[in-house]
Design a protein around this ligand. Structure first.
Ligand code: TXA
Ligand code: MG
Length: 370
């Protein structure tokens, strides 16, 4: 696309996309352009995985460093053969159980897969999304589609076309608007080149579900699911920055544009600590945003803070679904600091904790009752 050109946003039926729209989008990809499309996790910024020029456009549009590898999206399992030299039994089993869906498998790279995709690594990350628009686009192109999340580098991932336009408007020729994403956090990235297989990024498919298929799957190193458990009384900060770093897994990857303070501990105490911090900030004239669960809302009503609920604390599906929109909402409402509560770290909660921890720059304010 030429500088100054406009971004076209086309509404597309998420269940039964119009073939003419898909043909148009695939035509752009074939011509070496980038196209934004919905997936069940977050919106993706796609390019033909076998066109290095087009891949360069992804990095330019996002402002992403070349050291951060991309996920390649396929629509049929047989496409694995174009991308990897070996499909281990574990990959077959996992693909059978979770594809199409929010699981990305890291496998040995086949020579011929552009090194721009893999950031020079000898492994390649592959997933088959389950969103009908994504699948139709990949099929129509007839080539795998490399796609990172369609946000500017370091910003939170987009779960609506409006989020994409806010970040990439004027930088991409086409956004396919298929409505809000179903899962709301990115795919689980599982390394099948390590023994035992290890999660590099928790996401839409749970550790527990993976273990039902492959019992020796390991959680991410320094799993954020465990941060809430130990520690002396009183508030303290845990610095997780020394923890798990897969290639490109910067701890501040999902940072919102405003600082975020993450609180953890028993609900009552966590709320209390957030209220104290809120008043402290407000006394200094700071506009405070709070990101909470439905049951916390009454405690913050009338406080003067911008309050956004992510849903019922016991419903991780809701929380994940609303998480990125919540962060963007407070950012757009001009909060100068965001105070956020934690959520239980099992199931989808592991991915939620991971994203919140990253948004908080790796720090947790641990609150303990007495
Ligand atoms: O749900 C998703 O995965 C979304 C949608 C669009 O499919 N995509 C996404 O892409 O989140 P991105 O680029 O924002 O995140 C890709 C992640 C990064 O953490 C990257 O480091 C990791 O996958 N990754 C990619 N290739 C890898 C490789 N060869 N080895 C290890 N990690 C890899
Ligand atoms: Mg991303």
């Amino acid at each position: 696309m030429q500088p100054g050109e406009r971004t076209e946003v086309i509404q597309v039926d998420p269940a039964r996309p119009d073939p003419a729209i898909i043909r148009g989008a695939a035509g752009l990809l074939r011509a070496g352009e980038v196209v934004v499309f919905p997936t069940e996790t977050v919106y993706g910024l796609g390019a033909d995985a076998f066109q290095p020029r087009a891949l360069e456009r992804i990095f330019a549009v996002k402002g992403r460093p070349f050291s951060d590898p991309l996920i390649v999206h396929i629509a049929v399992e047989s496409a694995l053969g174009d991308l990897t030299t070996s499909v281990p039994e574990a990959a077959r089993l996992l693909a059978g159980a979770f594809w199409p869906g929010p699981l990305t498998l890291v496998l040995p790279r086949r020579p011929g897969v552009p090194l721009l995709v893999t950031a020079g690594l000898e492994t390649v990350a592959i997933r088959m999304p389950r969103h009908p628009v994504a699948l139709a686009l990949i099929r129509e192109l007839g080539s795998p589609v490399a796609a990172p999340s369609a946000n500017r580098f370091m910003h939170v991932s987009p779960t609506t076309a409006r989020h994409v336009a806010a970040d990439l408007g004027g930088r991409v020729p086409l956004i396919l608007d298929g409505g809000p994403c179903e899962v709301g956090v990115e795919s689980t990235v599982l390394n099948l080149c390590s023994n035992p297989p290890t999660i590099l990024r928790p996401g839409g498919v749970n550790l527990e579900a993976l273990r039902e298929v492959l019992p020796d799957v390991q959680p991410p190193r320094s799993s954020p699911g465990q941060i809430g458990d130990a520690g002396p009384a009183g508030a303290r900060e845990i610095d997780e920055r020394q923890g798990q770093l897969a290639p490109g897994q910067l701890p501040i990857h999902y940072a919102p544009a405003v600082p975020l303070l993450l609180f953890d501990g028993p609900s009552q105490d966590m709320r209390q600590a957030m209220l104290v911090e809120m008043r402290h900030q407000q006394a200094q004239g700071v506009s405070v945003g709070v990101l909470v669960a439905d049951e916390d809302v009454p405690a913050f009503q009338g406080s003067g803070a911008l309050v956004r609920s992510l849903g019922a604390a016991a419903e991780p599906g809701q929380i994940a679904n609303n998480l990125y929109a919540g962060l963007r909402f407070l950012e757009e409402a001009q909060a100068q600091v965001i105070l956020c509560r934690s959520f239980a770290g099992s199931g989808l909660g592991l991915a939620i904790r991971d994203r919140l921890l990253k948004a908080a720059g790796g720090k947790v304010i641990q609150v303990h009752g007495d």
